[in-house]
Design a protein. Structure first.
Length: 349
């Protein structure tokens, strides 16, 4: 392939970004089949509540946060793809309340189809985001595969008593979301050639914004739980929070921050296949008004790539949480609902 031939990275993949994740239902079956192993006491967070990263205590003052994330292209620009993938991987460290310290690159590329210059731009984009996070990519692994794949192993540190899990929420907590929803719809619009330049700019803005507020939020005792909203959609990750805490959630759909063009695309029937797979896995646990339009459930299940932080905090701390988020540039952050006693489910009004 000529190095100056036009390259559309999304044409190489069957699904893009976190939309290519295995569905929640299938993943649950896979994990259930895994053999049980002895858990060392130093492992503070494992797989038991589908949390964002593993946490291993090193000493009285430090715990290691370890995670990995990689996916196929969600955009065509190589550097943008690298930036989005890197920000998405680092998000899991921030979601645990950690501070990133190091990354390793995971690279799979179809070497017979992509020029080395294009691959180099993907890696450069990932490295640029890591520099923004104050870390380096210190190594990694690469293979020759059929679809382009890029991501990171991300490592961070957090005080063992400041770890923020997805299962610590309490009845009465406010739910706060830091980024607008709709990235999956934007990616579907991009693939169909329907996304405007302004819509693409919004997509790039939010998917490359590092979830840095997570590190500061770890210092607040009133923040009881935290996760990031990614491939399972807003409803899927909120249900994980509900299951972990044994609570139900109430959500005001009109309060949810949405990317305007994403809402428009969903109204026109433009959505990812992952949205339907997500809804099939957990839609029975989400109660919508009888007159809610179809695009509402598609937005709730829309797979987010490098999505925002979802925080459960005491009502009196909501203003402080929002201040921290807005200080770091998350001007769309807002309270979207609250948690209550009851079986894990979401009531949407």
């Amino acid at each position: 392939m000529s190095s100056d031939a036009p390259i559309r990275l999304t044409a190489f993949s069957h699904g893009g970004g976190c939309g290519c994740k295995i569905s929640p239902a299938v993943l649950s079956q896979m994990l259930a089949a895994a053999p049980a192993t002895a858990i060392p006491p130093q492992l503070l967070v494992g797989t038991e509540t589908s949390d964002d990263a593993a946490v291993y205590q090193l000493n009285a003052q430090q715990a290691l946060v370890a995670t990995t994330d990689f996916f196929t292209p969600i955009v065509d620009d190589p550097e943008h793809f690298g930036r989005i993938a890197a920000a998405n991987a680092l998000s899991d460290v921030y979601a645990m309340g950690g501070r990133p310290i190091l990354a390793l690159a995971l690279v799979g590329m179809p070497l017979d189809k992509l020029p080395l210059a294009v691959i180099g731009r993907i890696l450069a984009g990932g490295a640029a985001v890591c520099r923004e996070a104050g870390i380096v990519i210190a190594g990694g692994h690469s293979i020759d595969v059929l679809e382009p794949i890029y991501g990171l192993v991300a490592l961070g540190v957090v005080h063992p008593e400041r770890v923020k899990r997805n299962c610590g929420a309490r009845a009465g907590d406010h739910l706060i979301l830091s980024k607008p929803l709709g990235i999956g719809a934007l990616s579907a619009g991009l693939k169909k050639g329907l996304l405007s330049d302004a819509g693409y700019a919004q997509m790039l803005r939010w998917t490359t914004a590092l979830n840095t507020p997570g590190t500061a939020l770890a210092e607040l005792d009133a923040v009881h739980a935290m996760t990031d909203v990614t491939g399972f959609g807003f409803a899927g990750h909120l249900l994980e929070m509900c299951r972990g805490a044994g609570l139900s959630a109430g959500v005001d759909f009109s309060a949810l921050p949405l990317v305007d063009e994403a809402a428009h695309l969903l109204r026109q029937g433009v959505a990812t296949g992952a949205s339907a797979r997500n809804w099939a896995a957990y839609g029975e646990q989400v109660r919508l008004p009888s007159d809610a339009p179809e695009w509402h459930w598609k937005m709730l299940s829309d797979p987010q790539t490098s999505g925002g932080l979802l925080v459960a905090c005491a009502p009196g701390a909501s203003a402080q949480v929002l201040d921290i988020m807005r200080r770091d540039g998350f001007d769309r952050a807002c309270v979207v609902g609250e948690l209550a006693a009851g079986a894990a489910a979401i009531d949407v009004v």
